[in-house]
Ligand binder design. Structure first.
Ligand code: CO
Length: 294
């Protein structure tokens, strides 16, 4: 990898880690979800990094694709809280997540999750099969008496591309795909005491650009201009609260129908089990990996 690009990935990772460390004390039962999301996104901006995707705040049986709506009044509550955040420097992304257990009852689940992530990170190296990573994650989680979420995966990362090509399984799958040198990947095991999979709900707060097409309304053109600057990195509906909500809903629906943008439905555990998540971003080398967010 070119040194300049490597430096940017490392800088993005360093910023992500700082934001993780600073954000942890915001996670309290009476804190408003929207306030936390905005505070975290402001921390990223203050560091002159790009927000690679809207901060995901997922509580209890919610796994991902969850970010507050613009008028969200909900508070965190005494739950198991996942914070998944992304930073980017010139589009070179760092993606990281952590869980805080405000109930005090899920320590073992979090231990299982951390161990699974650590074991996966230790195996990373050019030439390693992705099935091997899935196998290690699954084995570790099951040894604690829990299940991995089988239909959520880690993913390859590229410039401005949060999900680029390869998916990194959290269970043992039949695949001959391997990691190669300079590949950037996010490893993100999810642990549950539920069914072991997620279903997509019809709650949509996160979207991303697919392709630019001509649009009629001035608001649509302005929105597309903003999305063009983000070069395909996901965005939150609440970032466009200057547009009246009814109009914004119509615009987004129209753009989804016309394949201009895609939407991401919030994921819920199929058996309504509790879920935890930990994630780091890694650059694969011949000898191992550079963990940018650790
Ligand atoms: Co990720």
């Amino acid at each position: 990898m070119e040194q300049q690009i490597l430096d940017k990935y490392i800088e993005a990772g360093k910023i992500a880690k700082e934001v993780v460390d600073r954000s942890k004390n915001l996670i309290k039962p009476d804190a408003k979800t929207l306030d936390i999301a905005e505070a975290i996104e402001n921390m990223i901006k203050e560091k002159n990094a790009e927000i690679a995707f809207p901060v995901n705040i997922s509580v209890n049986n919610i796994a991902a694709h969850s970010t507050p709506s613009w008028n969200d009044e909900s508070v965190i509550g005494e739950g198991v809280v996942k914070i998944d955040l992304g930073t980017a420097v010139d589009g070179y992304i760092a993606d990281t997540a952590y869980t805080i257990d405000l109930t005090g009852k899920y320590g073992k689940m979090l231990d299982a999750n951390k161990a699974a992530l650590e074991n996966a990170l230790k195996t990373l190296k050019a030439g390693v099969k992705i099935s091997e990573i899935g196998k290690i994650v699954e084995k570790t989680i099951k040894s604690y008496g829990y299940k991995p979420i089988e239909n959520l995966t880690g993913h390859q990362i590229d410039q401005y591309q949060l999900h680029a090509g390869l998916s990194i399984p959290n269970v043992d799958i039949n695949s001959n795909q391997t990691l190669s040198e300079d590949m950037v990947i996010a490893i993100e095991p999810f642990v549950t005491d539920g069914a072991g999979s997620v279903i997509e709900t019809n709650k949509y707060e996160i979207y991303s650009l697919i392709q630019i097409k001509p649009v009629r309304m001035a608001e649509e053109r302005n929105l597309l201009k903003e999305l063009e600057i983000r070069k395909g990195m996901p965005f939150a509906k609440r970032w466009f609260k200057a547009i009246p909500e009814i109009k914004l809903n119509l615009i987004l629906q129209d753009m989804v129908n016309r394949n201009i943008i895609r939407r991401y439905g919030m994921f819920r555990e199929k058996g309504n089990g509790m879920i935890s998540q930990f994630e780091h971003t890694a650059i694969i080398t011949k000898e191992g990996a550079i963990i940018t967010t650790q």
